[in-house]
Design a protein around this ligand. Structure first.
Ligand SMILES: [Zn+2]
Length: 352
């Protein structure tokens, strides 16, 4: 396990593996990252609550899903002690503090992103409900106006009918098509490995479109899920939260290969549902929060993966246009769909 963690740290720092192994702090780094990546330790209460809520959701009308998931989150929030939105300044994250210390100790340059950019923004969209699906084309056209390309993660049985023509249009125009699940099962990761595998295999066969990335519904995550994704040839998962109001975030804003499984993980730093549904922020406050998060992550040379939902953006277009405009104007930022980032990293590793 230690090896892949250290490989990841060397990648972020832009230095050879041997160099980092000589530093006395690398053992501290391994211990800290192991602790942060202990994803199977989420409480039994949360696992059971998700399974129970999912049973109710299965027979509830679409409009109720959002509200019921919101209620579940509010219950989890009661026991949360992290703070209002869970969005601590990135420079206060333990892993990032350690990264900065190592960077300075080793006089490391930090990873240089494509085009010599300082940091990366990946915008992803989880397409929930027919309202979201019907709004995808409008969002795509807006993003094209800003020359921004993003990732759209679809459900196969999301109470909408996936059209192959839309997938092809997205890919032909430089966007990415990813998978968000067979159904929107918020307890997917906590089911048995055989059920997880059966669900994702069904999704892949019915979707009939090559996808390389996965985002689990409502960010449930487990090693079982990552193992299945690896077995089914996914290149990456992006379901781990860097920060969260509900549980301990991984506090990592760099992609890494999950120890022992080798699948890439791209941690998610912020979601629109957290800002608008769970914390009832107005457009202005939400925009400020995202900007602060992006600025902090770019400042440390990391990747800001931001997840949005077309069904939410539909009512927040003013917010989204301002966000796109802000990102586009930052010339030090590389904006790419997640798969572009993964391909870049794999080339980088191959080149040594
Ligand atoms: Zn979703």
């Amino acid at each position: 396990m230690g090896d892949t963690i250290i490989e990841s740290m060397a990648l972020w720092l832009g230095i050879p593996l041997e160099k980092i192994e000589k530093d006395i702090m690398h053992q501290r780094g391994i211990a800290l990252l192991k602790k942060r990546l202990d994803i199977d330790s989420r409480s039994i209460l949360e696992r059971q609550a998700r399974k129970l809520v999912q049973i109710i959701l299965n027979s509830a009308p679409t409009q109720a899903h959002y509200i019921l998931t919101g209620i579940l989150k509010k219950i989890l929030l009661v026991k949360c002690s992290i703070g209002k939105t869970g969005c601590r300044d990135v420079r206060d994250w333990d892993v990032i503090k350690l990264y900065q210390e190592l960077k300075s100790n080793l006089n490391a340059p930090g990873i240089e992103w494509a085009g010599g950019k300082k940091g990366v923004v990946c915008i992803t969209h989880d397409v929930d409900f027919i309202e979201g699906y019907d709004f995808v084309e409008e969002l795509v056209e807006l993003e094209k106006e800003y020359s921004i390309r993003s990732t759209y993660n679809f459900l196969v049985k999301g109470r909408y009918r996936c059209e192959r023509g839309l997938f092809q249009y997205l890919v032909d125009n430089g966007f990415e098509v990813g998978l968000h699940g067979y159904t929107h099962d918020i307890a997917l990761s906590y089911r048995s490995p055989s059920i997880i595998k059966r669900d994702i295999e069904k999704a892949l066969s019915e979707m009939d479109f090559r996808v390389m990335g996965f985002r689990t519904p409502a960010l449930s995550i487990s090693k079982n899920l990552l193992t299945v994704l690896k077995e089914l040839n996914f290149k990456y998962d992006s379901s781990l939260a860097s920060t969260s109001s509900y549980w301990q975030g991984v506090e990592i804003c760099f992609p890494f290969r999950y120890p022992g499984l080798e699948i890439w993980e791209v941690p998610l730093c912020l979601q629109d549902s957290t800002m608008f549904r769970d914390h009832s922020l107005n457009d202005e406050d939400a925009l400020q929060l995202v900007k602060n998060m992006i600025d902090g992550i770019i400042d440390v040379g990391g990747v800001a993966a931001i997840n949005l939902h077309p069904c939410i953006l539909k009512k927040r277009m003013n917010f989204y246009q301002k966000l796109l405009s802000y990102i586009k104007d930052q010339h030090k930022i590389w904006i790419t769909p997640v798969i572009g980032l993964i391909e870049f990293l794999e080339r980088r590793i191959d080149e040594g």
